[in-house]
Design a protein around this ligand. Structure first.
Ligand code: NAP
Length: 269
């Protein structure tokens, strides 16, 4: 895969796993485009970059939950003359809670970000990569997307979409020089749980004690991409859990998880 002259665009680069993607890609000598809403945090990441092309880094603020955001971002790159040959679709947001209690506006914003923006960015930048005959797309899904997940029902479903779509896109682009990889992290120590609205100490303790560092997860994703793997689950424990759940009927994982999660969040069934 010939990826060395253009830019690596990382969405959600202002913190968490995306920040680590940006730091690691820059350290590998890549020029990066940092995308997110928090300009100050993006500038901070920019000033932490190392590597031969760190000075070429671009900050492009963009709210990817807004309709038309992917087109706006694609145009902003073109206007700056930046050729994107690696797209890391990392930005994502989870909504935790009973599905019937979630606000429609929040659900719409989550779907816009996790599904619409990711898909449209794959189309727009993937088309350019295909025309050039080389490129790479790394989509961040989730372990949660492998099974129906109570209280993360809609979020987990958006991540099922990400895996399914990534595998289809990969098949379509086979032989064009454009590789597609989907990364499935389990719990990761980032702001994700807090942003999802999780307040239960027991849940946060459980999540934290079973989590990987954002740097580890980004490294696993970039390694899988370099090896042209179709998808990768981050962490040995998550791989074991996925193999176990994979043996069960599709109705079993949510039935097993529900009472466990009820206990963690002290919710009465
Ligand atoms: N942490 C976990 O346990 C976990 C597990 C599995 C999968 N994941 C996935 O990993 C990815 C990264 O999550 P994380 O753990 O690093 O979470 P995080 O720390 O909350 O970071 C999320 C990133 O997404 C960006 N973002 C959020 N809304 C956005 C919007 N509307 N437009 C543009 N950017 C937006 C945020 O930047 P701004 O605030 O600057 O916009 C931030 O940089 C997500 O796709 C998430 O679903 C996380």
């Amino acid at each position: 895969m010939q990826l060395n002259n253009g830019y690596a665009l990382v969405t959600g680069a202002s913190g968490g796993i995306g920040r680590e993607f940006a730091l690691q890609l820059a350290a590998q000598g890549r020029a990066v485009i940092l995308v997110g809403r928090n300009v100050k945090a993006l500038e901070d990441v920019k000033s932490s970059l190392t590597g031969a092309r760190a000075a070429d880094a671009l900050v492009i603020p963009c709210d990817l939950a807004k309709p038309g955001a992917a087109e706006t971002l694609h145009k902003a790159c073109a206007d700056r003359g930046a050729v994107v040959d690696l797209l890391v679709n990392n930005a994502g947001w989870g909504l935790f809670g009973a599905s019937v209690d979630l606000a429609p506006a929040d659900l719409e914003a989550m779907v816009n970000l996790n599904i619409s923006a990711l898909t449209n960015l794959c189309s727009l930048f993937g088309r350019d990569m295909k025309a050039r005959g080389h490129g790479g797309i790394l989509n961040v899904g989730s372990f949660a997307g492998l099974n129906a997940t109570p209280y993360f029902g809609s979020y987990a479903a958006t991540k099922s979409y990400v895996l399914s779509y990534s595998l289809a896109l990969r098949a379509e682009l086979a032989g064009t020089g454009v590789a597609v990889t989907c990364l499935l992290p389990g719990y990761v120590r980032t702001a994700f749980d807090g942003n999802a609205g999780i307040t239960s100490d027991a849940y946060l303790e459980f999540s934290h004690s079973n989590s990987l560092g954002a740097d580890q997860v980004a490294r696993i994703g970039l390694r899988a991409m370099a090896r042209r793997r179709s998808w990768v689950i981050a962490g040995a424990r998550n791989n074991l859990a996925a193999a176990f759940f994979g043996l069960l009927p599709r109705t079993a994982p949510p039935a097993i998880m529900k009472p466990f999660l009820d206990k963690l969040v002290q919710r009465k069934p």
